[in-house]
Design a protein around this ligand. Structure first.
Ligand SMILES: [Zn+2]
Length: 340
C-alpha cells in the first residue's frame, strides 16, 4: 500500500542556511542548517540531513488506510503532538485506527512531582482525543530515569500491545536521533523499534500466542527527531497543511508542560492586567491558546514547509515495507529453471 498516491520525489534545492557558511567550496555540505523559528526553539531541529530519494507525502483521498492500525509511541505527553501531531492526525483521518502510547509518567513536568504525574496523565488522554486517537495508554515509568529501567521490560510490554492491537504502522522518536539530551527519548525509541521487529516473530513470548494473540506485522515506521539540537536522516516530508489546526489543538491539550498548553490565555491575562491586549489572541481563553500555539509555536513547521512549497510540514525518517524477495526468487526460478 505504501507509496501509492504520493507526490513525486521533491527536488531538494539547497535550503537557505540559517547562518553564513565558512565551509570551503571543495566540501559538499552533508547536513543543512534549518532556518527554524524565532518564536519557538522546541519545534524543528537546528539541522536536517536529507536523503536523495526524499518523498513528499501529500493528502491521500478517500480512506486508503481503512482497516489498518497506527500506534504512536512517545516517552512524554508532548513528544508526538510537538513533532508529529500533524502526521498522526493525517494518517488517522485517512483511515487508520490510532493508539497513543506514553512510556513515562511525566512527573518531572508539573508544579510538584505529584501534580506533574496527575496533570500529564490527563494531558495524554486529551492529546489523544484532540489528534483523533481511539485510545491512550501509559506505562508510567519514572520521568528522566528511564535509562535505569529494564529496556527489555518496556519492549515486552510494547510487543504485547502491538500484537493485541494488531498494529501496522508506528510513529516514534528516531532511536538514533543525534545529540539527544533526554535519556527517556532514546530508551523509549529503542524499545519501540525493536518491538516492531519482534512482534512479528513466532518465537518471542510464545505464551502470547497460546493466550490467543496474533503476530503484529508492522510495515511502516515514521521516525521523528527532537528539537532544538536533535536531528536525523530525513527521507519523508509530510504535508500537514490540512491538519495544522488539529495539531494546534493537540498541543493546547498539553497543559502540564511544553511551550504550548494555556500559554496564550496566560499571556492574554498578563496583558489585560497592564491594560493592554494583543489582537492576535482574540477575546477568549480558547482562542488565545490556539492562536498563540499556531502563530508562535507552529512557526518552525511553517518555515520547514515553505522550503518544500507547502504551508506546513513535518519531517521523518520513513521506513516502508520490505520488498517481497521470496516472490522475486520464485519468479526468477519459474522463468529460468530448465528440465533435468
Ligand atoms: Zn520528550
Amino acid at each position: 500500500m505504501t507509496g501509492m498516491g504520493l507526490g513525486g520525489a521533491a527536488a531538494i534545492g539547497a535550503p537557505q542556511p540559517a547562518r553564513p557558511s565558512d565551509l570551503p567550496s571543495k566540501f559538499t555540505p552533508a547536513v543543512h542548517a534549518n532556518t527554524g523559528s524565532q518564536y519557538n526553539p522546541f519545534a524543528t531541529p537546528d539541522y536536517y540531513e536529507y536523503a536523495d530519494d526524499l518523498v513528499i507525502e501529500r493528502n491521500r483521498p478517500g480512506k486508503p488506510h481503512q482497516g489498518k492500525v497506527l500506534a504512536a509511541i512517545q516517552a512524554h505527553s508532548d513528544d508526538i503532538p510537538l513533532y508529529a501531531g500533524g502526521t498522526a492526525a493525517k494518517l488517522i483521518d485517512e483511515g487508520y485506527t490510532g493508539y497513543l502510547i506514553r512510556i513515562s509518567n511525566d512527573e518531572a513536568a508539573g508544579r510538584t512531582l505529584g501534580y506533574g504525574a496527575v496533570q500529564n496523565e490527563i494531558d495524554n488522554q486529551e492529546v489523544a482525543r484532540a489528534l483523533g486517537f481511539k485510545q491512550a495508554f501509559s506505562f508510567y515509568y519514572r520521568n528522566h530515569r528511564m535509562d535505569d529501567c529494564a529496556e527489555i521490560e518496556i519492549r515486552a510490554r510494547l510487543i504485547f500491545l502491538y500484537r493485541a492491537l494488531q498494529v501496522n504502522a508506528v510513529i516514534l522518536m528516531d532511536p538514533y536521533d543525534h545529540y539527544e539530551e533526554n535519556p527517556d527519548h532514546l530508551v523509549a525509541a529503542r524499545a519501540a523499534e525493536a518491538a516492531c521487529w519482534m512482534a512479528a516473530g513466532g518465537k518471542d513470548y510464545p505464551e502470547h500466542y497460546k493466550a490467543g494473540l496474533k503476530p503484529a506485522r508492522i510495515r511502516e515506521k515514521y521516525y521523528h527527531a527532537r528539537s532544538p539540537q536533535g536531528h536525523n536522516l530525513v527521507n519523508r516530508i509530510v504535508d500537514i497543511s490540512s491538519y495544522i489546526d488539529r495539531k494546534v489543538l493537540g498541543n493546547v491539550a498539553n497543559k502540564g508542560k511544553g511551550p504550548a498548553g494555556a500559554a496564550g490565555s496566560r499571556l492574554r491575562q498578563e496583558l489585560a492586567r497592564n491594560g493592554r491586549k494583543l489582537p492576535l489572541l482574540g477575546n477568549d481563553d480558547d482562542t488565545a491558546n490556539s492562536q498563540y500555539v499556531k502563530h508562535f509555536l507552529m512557526d518552525g513547521w511553517r518555515t520547514l514547509g515553505e522550503q518544500f512549497g507547502l504551508e506546513y510540514a513535518e519531517a521523518f525518517r520513513y521506513i516502508g515495507p520490505e520488498p517481497n524477495y521470496r516472490e522475486k526468487i520464485r519468479t526468477y526460478v519459474d522463468e529460468h529453471s530448465v528440465p533435468l
